[in-house]
Design a protein around this ligand. Structure first.
Ligand SMILES: Cc1ncc(COP(=O)(O)O)c(C=O)c1O
Length: 439
């Protein structure tokens, strides 16, 4: 009996797809929605399920230039048909890409390492900061997510590491523009928390390597940040000899509409930048960008090689993504359609007291849902009801934030004003329905 025959015979006769998944991938392998979606095809901003139903994708930032964009697919196919090796051979694709990528940054950021995931990129960034500072202490917010390697998951608050957090990690309170607007004024409160974290590391005899943050605080619920919000905290880190790591996995590649990178929008120049998700439109490619000096120090300290990172196919794909962003003026589109959608979303807050705050930038926006605006008590159940009802009506979106109560809308970049109309009209109906049910 072959292995596959044996496997088939051990399957229950009427096993559901979800049951099969649980059996093969583990019962807790994460799925979106009470009734998960079985997708079989994607095109632009549309996804199709196995029953032929069409969904408007208002969530997936990975398919940055649209699902299965023909220019990206063609680049992948062409290079995969020609050659795919790794970075221990000479090849121009990675050089052409890194040249083009680094041209989008401040003049100090000129070199890169390519990886396969954002987690790997952040793992390298932490090691770069350690190599450059000679220290281990690292600061992040207390509601963040920077990935899943052993080192990076030390920074996660939702699933703390077995055996407790490493002594060199300090987590500072994530700002909350809705509940504590007074603390948002000039970033001083955040800066003070960072200063206290540096002092606490020093008290324990641990020096500072740096601070890692998403400049949009995406996983923290993308609070509204005034210009220069991070300046005080960044000065404190630099004065203590630490480096600044900007995790651009979510706001990068023009998503916020005003700038190509989130740190440019926030108004600071990091020492190290990491990126991933949108970079390959679904193909696993990610990167760390830094200065010549930091990269040289890292290479001296750790002989780094990544079998798949920066292979010619990944570089061809990543290059094609940049082509499409330029050719279809998608950053300007994010600015225009994002502003249009936010203008249409705000009036919904006048109609529903359970919308606490509408916020976001470009094609990354949403609303914080609360039990009532006075108490500001978060309403994660309402957010869950809304996203499931949206899914039932054919629009895919998500929720995030410290309390899991922030509606998260982050569609592929070719999202149009018509798509925004469909999204907001459907959301309006769903919010009326949810308000009716809880009245
Ligand atoms: C801010 C941020 N950084 C890093 C990661 C990890 O990226 P990856 O899943 O490609 O390892 C994520 C993933 O959601 C993320 O949101």
């Amino acid at each position: 009996m072959t292995l596959s025959q044996k496997n088939r015979e051990s399957q229950p006769a009427q096993e559901t797809l979800i049951g099969r998944r649980g059996r093969l991938l583990g019962a807790k392998s994460q799925l979106f929605y009470d009734e998960p979606v079985h997708l079989v095809r994607g095109e632009g901003v549309w996804l199709h399920d196995a029953d032929g139903r069409k969904y408007l994708d208002a969530y997936n930032n990975v398919a940055h230039v649209g699902h299965c964009h023909p220019h990206v697919v063609e680049a992948l196919y062409r290079q995969a048909s020609l050659l795919n090796t790794h970075t221990r051979y000479l090849h121009t694709a990675i050089l052409d890409y890194v040249e083009r990528l680094t041209a989008t940054f401040d003049a100090s950021l000129t070199t890169a390492i390519l990886t396969c995931t954002g987690s790997e990129a952040n793992d390298i960034a932490l090691r770069m900061a350690q190599a450059a500072s000679g220290q281990m202490g690292i600061i992040a917010t207390d509601a963040t997510y920077h990935g899943n390697t052993t080192a990076v998951s030390q920074l996660s608050t939702r699933m703390p590491p077995v055996g407790g957090r490493a002594p060199y990690v300090r987590l500072v309170p994530a700002p909350d523009s809705f509940r504590h607007p007074e603390a948002m004024a000039d970033g001083r409160a955040f800066g003070d928390a960072v200063r206290e974290a540096i002092a606490s590391l020093a008290r324990d005899g641990i020096g500072l390597s740096g601070m890692i943050l998403c400049p949009m605080l995406a996983n923290e619920g993308f609070p509204t940040l005034p210009g220069g919000f991070f300046d005080d905290a960044i000065s404190a880190v630099r004065e203590a000899g630490g480096l600044i790591i900007s995790d651009e996995v979510q706001p990068g590649f023009g998503r916020t509409g005003s700038h190509f990178w989130g740190h440019q929008r926030a108004g600071f120049v990091p020492d190290i930048v990491t990126m991933g998700k949108p970079m390959g439109n679904g193909h696993p490619v990610a990167a760390v960008v830094t200065t010549t000096k930091i990269l040289a120090t890292f290479r001296d300290a750790f002989r780094y090689f990544n079998t798949f990172g920066g292979n010619p196919v990944s570089c061809a794909v990543a290059n094609a993504v940049l082509d499409v962003l330029e050719d279809e003026a998608l950053v300007a589109n994010a600015r225009d359609v994002g502003a249009y959608a936010l203008d249409r979303l705000r009036p919904l807050a006048d109609r529903h007291a359970f919308i606490g705050e509408v916020r976001g930038a470009g094609l990354f926006f949403g609303a914080e849902l609360v039990r009532d605006r006075e108490t500001r008590e978060p309403a994660p159940d309402t957010a869950g009801r809304v996203i499931n009802a949206m899914r039932d009506r054919g629009v895919l979106m998500g929720k995030t934030g410290i309390h899991g109560n922030v509606l998260k809308i982050r569609p592929p970049m070719p999202f149009s004003r018509d798509n925004a109309d469909l999204l907001i009209d459907t959301l309006g109906q769903v919010l009326d329905e949810v308000a009716g049910a809880s009245a």
